[in-house]
Design a protein around this ligand. Structure first.
Ligand SMILES: [Cu+2]
Length: 196
């Protein structure tokens, strides 16, 4: 009987030690695991925030426009249109958020009825074919379609030979297409403005 009690005591004693050691080991291990998990969680959150910011930046800037890196930034430009239905300047590079002064000259000699030109700056994302179609139907308004005024950032008057017009506008960061909206011209008379 006495032996049994001793054995039982020893058994309980070692069991308790083992149990307590397990507890001692398990609690810190749990704590470490929890803190690793939460650190990992924080890092993930930070990374995804960074990605969101980068994505938003990329939304504003900028589709790649080949050759724009060779065009100096200026906020004063002179563009010519001619009887060959061409703009002499097809890449314009400006500083965003500051006034841009653009002078457009028709340097041709053909009459305005057959070879008039203007310069129309469109908002990003405007469908050129749709806009061009509406413009062609707007002969009574110098080929500026009143139904699509919300697609236009700025435009010159329609110019006959030797005429010029000056416009001033201010662009947010982005890439803008400009065209001549005289019927049949926008396919070949177009260029891009990169504002950054
Ligand atoms: Cu034209």
């Amino acid at each position: 009987m006495f032996l049994y009690i001793i054995l039982n005591f020893i058994n309980n004693y070692f069991f308790n030690i083992t149990f307590n050691m397990k507890k001692l080991f398990i609690i810190p291990a749990l704590a470490i695991a929890v803190s690793i998990a939460s650190c990992g969680g924080n890092n993930n959150t930070t990374a995804s925030n960074d990605q969101t910011e980068q994505t938003q930046e990329e939304d504003v800037v900028i589709e790649n426009v080949p050759g724009i890196e060779n065009v100096a930034i200026s906020n004063a430009w002179v563009v010519q249109g001619n009887d060959q239905m061409k703009f002499d300047t097809e890449l314009i590079h400006v500083k965003a958020g500051e006034d841009v002064q653009l002078t457009f000259k028709n340097v041709g000699t053909m009459p305005i009825e057959s070879m008039g030109h203007n310069l129309v700056i469109l908002k990003p994302g405007v469908d050129l074919a749709t806009f061009g179609g509406e413009a062609a139907a707007a002969a009574d308004n110098q080929y500026i379609p009143k139904s699509s005024l919300s697609s236009i950032v700025a435009h010159t008057k329609l110019l006959g030979p030797g005429e010029e017009d000056v416009i001033t506008f201010n662009l947010g960061k982005g890439v803008y297409t400009y065209i001549c909206s005289f019927p049949g011209h926008f396919g070949v008379m177009q260029g891009k403005i990169v504002a950054e």
